[in-house]
Write a protein that binds this ligand. Sequence first.
Ligand SMILES: *[C@@H]1O[C@H](CO)[C@@H](O)[C@H](O)[C@H]1NC(C)=O
Ligand SMILES: *[C@@H]1O[C@H](CO)[C@@H](O)[C@H](O)[C@H]1NC(C)=O
Ligand SMILES: *[C@@H]1O[C@H](CO)[C@@H](O)[C@H](O)[C@H]1NC(C)=O
Ligand SMILES: *[C@@H]1O[C@H](CO)[C@@H](O)[C@H](O)[C@H]1NC(C)=O
Length: 262
Amino acid sequence: MATRNRALSLVTAAILLLPICHTVHILETCGFDSIYQLGDSVSDTGNLIRENPSSVYAKLPYGETYFNNATGRCSNGLIMIDYFARSAGLPFLDAYLNENASHGSGVDFAVAGATALSVEILSERESLVTVPDDWSYQETSRQDLNNLSIYHNTHLKKALETLRKEHPNVIIVYGDIYEAYNWILSDAKILGFDAESIQRACCGIGGDYNFNITKMCGVSGVPVCSNPDKSLSWDGAHLTQQAYKFMARWLIYDIYPKLQCQ
Ligand SMILES: *[C@@H]1O[C@H](CO)[C@@H](O)[C@H](O)[C@H]1NC(C)=O
Ligand SMILES: *[C@@H]1O[C@H](CO)[C@@H](O)[C@H](O)[C@H]1NC(C)=O
Ligand SMILES: *[C@@H]1O[C@H](CO)[C@@H](O)[C@H](O)[C@H]1NC(C)=O
Ligand SMILES: *[C@@H]1O[C@H](CO)[C@@H](O)[C@H](O)[C@H]1NC(C)=O
């Protein structure tokens, strides 16, 4: 544990002390000309709200901090892929379903809720991960869910090993969001988050987590905290822009050497 903490602190120091332009634009040295994003609500830049304009993500307070308007991003502002694009010197990714978008430097196919596939469908597709049939959110503890993530990620890393062997000329890197998030949790205070309310959503109401699934962020009467930059969780399911910014920095710092850019 001590070793791990020391390692995390070194990362914190490195990330906080590097000149801003270095961390912010470091991926420019890779010369990427496009980004294609697949995923769910963590990386949707506006697909779901075009499929479903009455979604809560289609209106404020979503987007209040950066865009001053909802864009379909499930946060108060920018999300991780925006920071990746910025670091690579590319424009923010337009949603695939935005018919007026240029898509010249990539496109975002991610749709909020996209991974809500049933266990049956996942196993039909010979998914690498088998989820126990009785897996249900209500009955599982946080430890169970953490274990599920670790289990999933272990298998994902093995699958990437296979993929690398099949495609030796392609650089395939693994971005460890689980570890990035653990880093933010353990160094929350140094990073400027309010450590006392680390488990509480900025936008939400009720309970230990300021989260109630029947009264979520975006529903009328649900309050928003005054300084989202102090919170990790935006709405109980997604992170704030400030948390995504640090997540992206950790990930860029971690994967950059593996991209062999210089
Ligand atoms: C705000 O976002 C909505 C869709 O989420 C869009 O219809 C509207 O035109 C936007 N308003 C401005 C001022 O950009
Ligand atoms: C695309 O642009 C056209 C022309 O400006 C406009 O009429 C149309 O509503 C736009 N579509 C979307 C989805 O924003
Ligand atoms: C989760 O992992 C921890 C540490 O490896 C282990 O002690 C615990 O029994 C696991 N819990 C479940 C539900 O698998
Ligand atoms: C969640 O909201 C519902 C309806 O507003 C309420 O009945 C319930 O007690 C709330 N739960 C918590 C944990 O606050």
